[in-house]
Design a protein around this ligand. Structure first.
Ligand SMILES: C[S@@+](CC[C@H](N)C(=O)[O-])C[C@H]1O[C@@H](n2cnc3c(N)ncnc32)[C@H](O)[C@@H]1O
Length: 298
């Protein structure tokens, strides 16, 4: 076991070095698990993400919530407006999104054309699809639209969306990248209306390919000092579920639910070789990804 842990420690350092070099030369790339050239996969991914959020809202609220007419905000939307278009198709009044990286400028036209065809095949009415096309044309033309996308390297959510405007916040595989979780959650408390919902899927695993399958908790093997040597913009922040819970409660969120979506079967494996900061059970190291739901207190 000691030998295996030493090997994984060193292998992780090699992957952190590679990802630092990649970031230095290429910047932030390919936010989805696959490239945008895989159009059908990207569309299916967006549709799946929205459906999963809605399934979790239904469980969280006992089917008592509707997204119709809601002013929605997505944090870290990634490469395209597919999620926004799906949410408008399902009746949201307005889709807003904010990111630190402008990843949408290179979304090919083919992606949106194929998404509209897919929505047609899913029996979304023609007049709704025409509305979506019009909103997409407006945002692309720089006009006011029911799709709004803000890129701000300071990730200033309040400056972008004002106070007490948002009904519902979504996020997918993005919270783990935020630099300052306290600031982000405190700002969410300001932009959200009382009673607003937060629904966020968070990937707690190591992000580098290959090692994430072999050793999903690899990033937790390192002290803060060692880990910070390899940090680049977007490096996972290593926040654990109890820490999200604590910060949300502190900034006025209640009924906080954390559901593991992907778990390690054996706790002994989950804790083996972890740095002492992550060796206590409070860290729930068997949780590899979670769905977090919370309600802003009235
Ligand atoms: C893995 S991608 C997920 C994108 C999209 N939600 C998806 O599921 O395809 C992470 C997202 O978080 C954004 N992001 C990365 N670092 C960030 C930071 N420090 N603050 C805010 N957003 C960040 C990225 O630009 C990207 O949109």
């Amino acid at each position: 076991m000691i030998l295996k842990n030493s090997f994984l420690y060193l292998a992780g350092i090699a992957f952190l070095t590679l990802s630092k070099l990649k970031n230095m030369f290429q910047g932030y790339k390919s936010p989805k698990p696959f490239d945008m050239s895989h159009t059908s996969k990207c569309i299916d991914y967006d549709i799946h993400v929205v459906n999963e959020w809605l399934n979790h809202i239904n469980k969280y609220t006992n089917n008592s919530y509707t997204i119709a007419g809601k002013n929605v905000l997505e944090l870290g939307p990634g490469s395209d407006l597919g999620v926004g278009l799906c949410l408008l198709a399902k009746g949201c009044a307005q889709y807003n999104a904010i990111d630190v990286n402008n990843l949408m400028y290179e979304t090919p036209e083919k992606f949106y054309n194929q998404l509209f065809s897919k929505l047609e095949n899913m029996n979304i009415q023609k007049d709704i699809i025409n509305i979506l096309k019009a909103q997409l044309a407006k945002i692309k033309g720089g006009r006011e639209s029911r799709l709004r996308y803000v890129v701000d390297k300071n990730f200033d959510i309040v400056a972008a969306f004002g106070k007490s405007n948002i009904d519902l916040v979504f996020s997918q595989a993005a919270f783990e990248h935020f630099n300052d979780i306290e600031k982000t959650i405190s700002q969410l408390s300001e932009v959200c209306k009382d009673g607003a919902l937060l629904v966020a899927e968070i990937d707690l695993k190591t992000h580098s390919r290959w090692i994430r399958d072999v050793d999903p908790n690899n990033i937790y093997r390192y002290s803060n000092y060692v880990y910070n040597l390899f940090c680049v913009p977007g490096t996972p922040n290593r926040y654990r579920p109890y820490q999200y819970k604590e910060v949300l409660a502190r900034f006025g969120w209640s009924n906080i639910s954390i559901v593991p979506l992907n778990k390690l079967n054996y706790k002994i494996i989950a804790y083996s070789g972890m740095h002492k900061n992550y060796s206590a059970e409070i860290n729930q190291m068997d949780y590899l990804s979670i769905m977090l739901c919370a309600t802003k207190r009235c």
